[in-house]
Design a protein around this ligand. Structure first.
Ligand code: CO
Length: 215
């Protein structure tokens, strides 16, 4: 193995551990006792949008699920398992869907190029595009349409979260769970709160509200 970059990562790890222990000898001992993160993060897999760094949080504070274009797909067992565990076992208080401007997944969805397997994943974003075609077509540049679709996609994923029985049951149980939609700017590092937060089914169309008993 001659890949120096690869070996550097392991070196970095050793330095990081040393740094942590120098500052607090019990750091890992304490962290290994368990986690009680107040936040579930559903973000894009993009390497430039790391949940902890951009929110100034530490290990133990954010439970993370990431996929291409921060999607909440109701048949995605991975996402559902993370959501169930975060809400029902870790009892997170906030779920944040965080998209980002310049998202390659969203950009691909705006085009007609066939991308193989990825077509199936980004098909959901094409639905968001179609649902908002009137608003998007009023914008006077592709850049503006792209930025707006990133926002509209996050909003759609927040609503899709609200449509899950996991989130609705939590609301029924009056846990105080809040769900939020954010967009991160790659070019300035600033997070925009889309102000689509929800803590009940009040903003959902009736047809999506499930009959649930308080548990
Ligand atoms: Co992305």
């Amino acid at each position: 193995m001659k890949n120096t970059y690869y070996h550097q990562l392991l070196e970095n790890n050793k330095n990081w551990v040393k740094n942590k222990i120098d500052k607090d000898p019990t750091y890992f001992e304490e962290l290994s006792k368990g986690q009680k993160p107040p936040v579930l993060w559903i973000g894009c897999a993009d390497s430039r949008v790391p949940a902890n760094q951009i929110t100034g949080t530490l290990p133990g504070e954010i439970f993370v699920h990431r996929n291409i274009a921060n999607m909440v797909v109701h048949t995605d067992m991975n996402m559902l398992s993370v959501l169930d565990y975060a809400v029902n076992h870790l009892k997170v208080k906030h779920i944040i869907v965080c998209g980002h401007y310049g998202c390659g997944g969203v950009e691909a969805a705006m085009q007609n190029k066939s991308l193989g397997l990825i077509n199936k994943w980004i098909r959901n974003i094409k639905e968001v595009y179609k649902e908002n075609i009137t608003e998007l077509n009023k914008l006077d540049s592709d850049k503006k349409r792209f930025d707006r679709l990133v926002e509209l996609n996050v909003k759609a994923q927040v609503y899709d979260l609200a449509k899950t029985s996991i989130v609705q049951q939590s609301w029924k149980n009056e846990t105080g769970l809040e769900i939020h939609g954010w967009v991160y700017g790659l070019n300035d590092g600033i997070i925009k709160d889309l102000k689509v937060s929800m803590d009940s089914t009040a903003h959902l169309d009736d047809i999506f509200t499930l009959d649930l008993e308080k548990k």
